[in-house]
Design a protein around this ligand. Structure first.
Ligand code: SF4
Ligand code: SF4
Length: 208
């Protein structure tokens, strides 16, 4: 168990709703939920999820902390915004789904091997390095994210697509040797650091 996870357990003493309100993006809007089920009924992935949004919210209120934070349900959200558009109480469901996923990762509770989680980390690492996505390296790391053998199979299967992208100049083999980036990547790093500080201060303000 991570230190941060234990700190949060000690701090909130079973009040998981308060923990979500303090630490998850738009978590406070969850208090408005009246369990009508419209969000789950509107979600194109509702049937495929272990816990669709309305059920997740019920579990949060019931204090089922571990079950919520270790499920991969929120990682399946595609940000289609159907749920938000239809929720009669203005609950910011999409943001909460992504906020819960982020929080579970921060605590070290995200399910191991979850594909969206793996890809989002690869995307982020790729993007922040130079401020622009290196499509070639991102594509390769995506192919090989489940091991070398599987990567070779996926790369072979998609080789026509890769060649077509290069032909159409949507991807360049030269990206392998550094690739393009923004003028001031260190400025970007500073902005991200500042944004993280502001976010931490916002959360501390909520907790106070
Ligand atoms: S649609 Fe809104 S009020 Fe209804 S269950 Fe979903 S979040 Fe709650
Ligand atoms: S935004 Fe996410 S939770 Fe909402 S309906 Fe779309 S996939 Fe489902």
């Amino acid at each position: 168990m991570s230190d941060l996870n234990q700190q949060m357990i000690d701090k909130y003493k079973g009040n998981f709703l308060a923990e979500v309100v303090d630490n998850v993006e738009e978590g406070e809007t969850m208090k408005m939920c009246m369990q009508c089920g419209v969000c789950s009924g509107s979600c194109p992935l509702g049937d495929a999820w272990e816990h669709p949004p309305q059920k997740l919210f019920m579990m949060i209120r019931a204090g089922k902390r571990e079950a919520v934070l270790s499920t991969d349900s929120m990682w399946n959200c595609t940000s289609c915004y159907n749920c938000i558009a239809r929720c009669p109480r203005g609950v910011q469901i999409t943001h909460i789904m992504h906020g819960l996923a982020h929080y579970s990762k921060k605590l070290g509770l995200a399910p191991k091997g979850q594909q969206t989680e793996k890809f989002s980390q690869l995307f982020w690492d790729n993007l922040v390095k130079k401020g622009r996505v290196n499509e070639l390296k991102l594509g390769l790391s995506l192919y090989f994210m489940n091991g070398f053998g599987n990567g070779v199979k996926v790369a072979m299967k998609n080789q026509k697509l890769g060649m077509a992208m290069m032909k159409a100049k949507r991807m360049s083999p030269m990206e392998m040797f550094g690739g393009h980036g923004i003028k001031d990547p260190s400025g970007l790093q500073k902005m991200l650091k500042k944004a993280q500080e502001l976010e931490d201060a916002r959360i501390r303000g909520k907790e106070a």
